[in-house]
Write a protein that binds this ligand. Structure first.
Ligand SMILES: [Zn+2]
Length: 138
């Protein structure tokens, strides 16, 4: 599973989004230490606060399947009908950064895509420096 394939799966996952309010579709593809990939999408809610992001949807699917070590995630988010030249890069929100931190392997890669070719590559440590994690509770 390479970066290109993970990005493709994140873009594909956008199609599953439930976004009747924002029309902002986000897809994620999460790679775990076993080599399996879990896709997720954002799911909105009429109460707004009940909305969940694509990254956490993917993480929850992985944890449910017994996967607790994350190697990389690709995220692709932009408005439903945005032409390629008008798409931005949607970085994971603060809640998702912390949620992923719980299961992140050192150096976990984060790919932010607005198309298959246009991808920003970073790490969870860069997005969430000096973070709090499970080891602090031991
Ligand atoms: Zn989020």
């Amino acid at each position: 599973m390479n970066k290109q394939e993970l990005v493709r799966l994140a873009l594909e996952a956008r199609a599953h989004s439930y976004v009747p309010y924002s029309h902002f579709r986000v897809g994620a593809a999460l790679l775990t230490s076993s080599g399996k990939v879990y896709q997720g999408c954002n799911v909105e809610n009429a109460s707004y606060g009940g909305t969940i992001c694509a990254e956490r949807t993917a993480a929850l699917r992985a944890v449910y399947e017994g996967e607790q070590r994350f190697s990389a995630i690709a995220v692709a988010g932009f408005p439903e009908d945005a032409p390629p030249e008008e798409r931005g890069y949607a970085y994971p929100c603060g809640i998702c950064r912390q949620f992923l931190r719980e299961f992140a392997l050192p150096g976990m890669k984060v790919y932010i895509a607005r198309s298959e070719e246009e991808v920003i590559e970073t790490t969870l440590e860069e997005l969430l420096p000096m973070s709090f994690g499970p080891e602090h509770l031991q």
